[in-house]
Design a protein around this ligand. Structure first.
Ligand code: MSP
Length: 477
């Protein structure tokens, strides 16, 4: 059977439009999908993103906007799609949890869990934060007894709830977490293992008072707890598209904040429903902006378009993904971003293409010399290994390394002098430089997808060099 890959991003809440935090995750996942499409063919790759709509946040935000919930949701889901389309996200499916197909699949899964005896009725008393859409334990609150992430007091809730027998799956979950490659990075895997070893409790699965949500099939007075149905979206997509062959190969790319839902609760739900657990969960880190958490109150929330309108989509992608290691926390700064554009893209990639193409035009009348194969294998192996191990930053660095090597070679050989004095010798050097340009173009198809076609056009056909263009224009700040 041919290799398949199925990548998913978290589905995002719609109380605000995308910012560069959610764009970071979406761009990373898009880059992985692009890599694999190139390697195994686009029919063998599937990439899903979407919106998480059945949340109290939706109700609050719609009210604030003075819109009906349906109107609000349509507008926001449209806003997400438009943003992703604008910045070049190549999703194959976009799922909304208010869609009929999702309700249908969630209902089927819940019914199976219920039939397996894993759902029971009980009473719940606890502290609920609508910001997180989760129950918090008293020891998780800050000194003001507020949710530490949302800085407000959680609601005290006492109600009849259905519970999911999560505790029953502790051993099976430990086995899963010990399956090589299932949970990465390692530090997140260790956190999940100690969480389970600390004693896994059953979780509340329904909300009696919820104003929005999917009704429980066995008791329609209750609505499904938003997180419990949201994680099902990944399964809904392939099931509804009749593409179940992708399910075995699903890789959930998420932020570290939602690891427990993806590597403990969701796999246990699948075990209970008798379905296959995900192949991999990869949790990336969080970044601050100039050392500060991005937040509305600080007024430092950056929209993807704030950057892409000025610098272009490829700069947004590479600027974000090269800032810090995928899987670790990091910081993003506008100065650093501008530096990547100016030095690595315009001054690096763009300048190298100009220099080499001008030399071929000027001294060889645009006729391409024989292109060597001295560096392709080494550099492409380095790039491919990085991408296949989710080390996106390293893959980007490999591209920059190729630019650096080529520039160094160009300067050391002083090819512009050589080609005047000894054309044959000059041709050999230019053949090697063109090899570098081909390597960079190959990598660009994954990491600089909008620039890659321009690079190809500059490289021309088998015999002649193509027309020159400015790959990364100077930015007036
Ligand atoms: N709706 C849930 C996810 C349900 S998945 C079944 C949710 N949505 S969210 O809109 O809050 O998005 C969370 C995700 O956004 C994080 O997991 C992470 O991928 C991304 N990020 C949000 N802020 C970020 C940073 N500052 N840095 C990196 N990623 C960030 O949770």
């Amino acid at each position: 059977m041919t290799l398949k890959k199925y990548f998913t991003t978290p589905i995002y809440y719609v109380n605000a439009l995308p910012h560069i935090g959610t764009a970071y995750c979406t761009l990373a996942t898009d880059t992985l999908a692009r890599y694999w499409r190139k390697k195994i063919g686009k029919e063998n790759v599937m990439f899903l993103t979407g919106t998480d709509e059945n949340s109290q946040k939706t109700i609050d935000a719609a009210e604030k906007a003075g819109q009906s919930v349906v109107e609000y949701l349509d507008e926001m889901a449209g806003g997400f799609k438009k943003c992703w389309d604008d910045i070049g996200i190549s999703y194959d499916d976009f799922i909304r949890t208010t869609e009929e197909r999702h309700t249908k699949v969630v209902t089927e899964i819940l019914q199976k869990m219920y039939d397996n005896g894993d759902i029971y009725l009980g009473n719940y008393t606890g502290l609920y934060c609508t910001g997180c859409e989760t129950f918090l334990k008293p020891d998780e609150l800050d000194e003001n007894k507020h949710c530490p992430a949302h800085k407000r007091a959680p609601q005290e809730i006492e109600e009849e709830n259905y519970f999911f027998r999560l505790s029953k799956y502790a051993d099976k979950l430990l086995d899963l977490l010990n399956t090589p490659g299932f949970m990465e990075p390692e530090k997140r895997r260790n956190e999940m293992i100690s969480f389970i070893k600390g004693g896994l409790e059953d979780i509340s699965l329904s909300r009696e008072g919820a104003k929005i949500g999917i009704e429980l099939p066995f008791d329609p007075k209750h609505k499904t707890y938003v997180w419990v149905e949201a994680v099902v979206n990944y399964y809904t997509s392939v099931k509804s598209l009749d593409k179940m062959e992708f399910w075995d190969e699903v890789i959930h790319v998420i932020g570290k904040d939602i690891t427990r839902f993806h590597s403990i609760i969701w796999p246990a739900m699948l075990m209970s429903a008798g379905e296959k657990t995900p192949k991999k969960v990869f949790a990336h880190g969080f970044f601050t902006v100039n050392g500060e958490k991005m937040s509305k109150s600080l007024g430092n929330v950056i929209a993807p378009r704030d950057l892409s309108e000025q610098y272009g989509n490829d700069a947004l992608r590479v600027g974000l993904l090269s800032s810090f290691e995928f899987g670790n926390d990091g910081d993003f700064s506008l100065d650093g971003f501008d530096g990547v554009y100016t030095h690595k893209l315009a001054g690096g990639v763009g300048n190298l293409f100009q220099r080499v193409v001008v030399l071929v035009e000027k001294f060889l009348e645009g006729k391409k010399p024989t292109i060597t194969k001295k560096h392709t294998e080494r550099l492409m192996a380095q790039f491919n290994t990085a991408m296949e191990n989710m080390r996106i930053q390293e893959a980007i660095y490999t591209c920059f390394q190729a630019v650096h090597e080529a520039n160094q070679f160009l300067n050391e050989t002083e090819v512009w002098k050589v080609v005047k004095e000894d054309q044959e010798k000059g041709k050999i050097i230019l053949g090697e430089l063109l090899e570098y340009l081909e390597i960079i173009t190959d990598m660009a198809e994954v990491i600089l997808p909008e620039t890659a076609p321009k690079m190809k056009a500059m490289l021309g056909d088998a015999e002649n060099i193509g027309e020159r263009c400015i790959l990364f224009p100077r930015i007036e700040s």
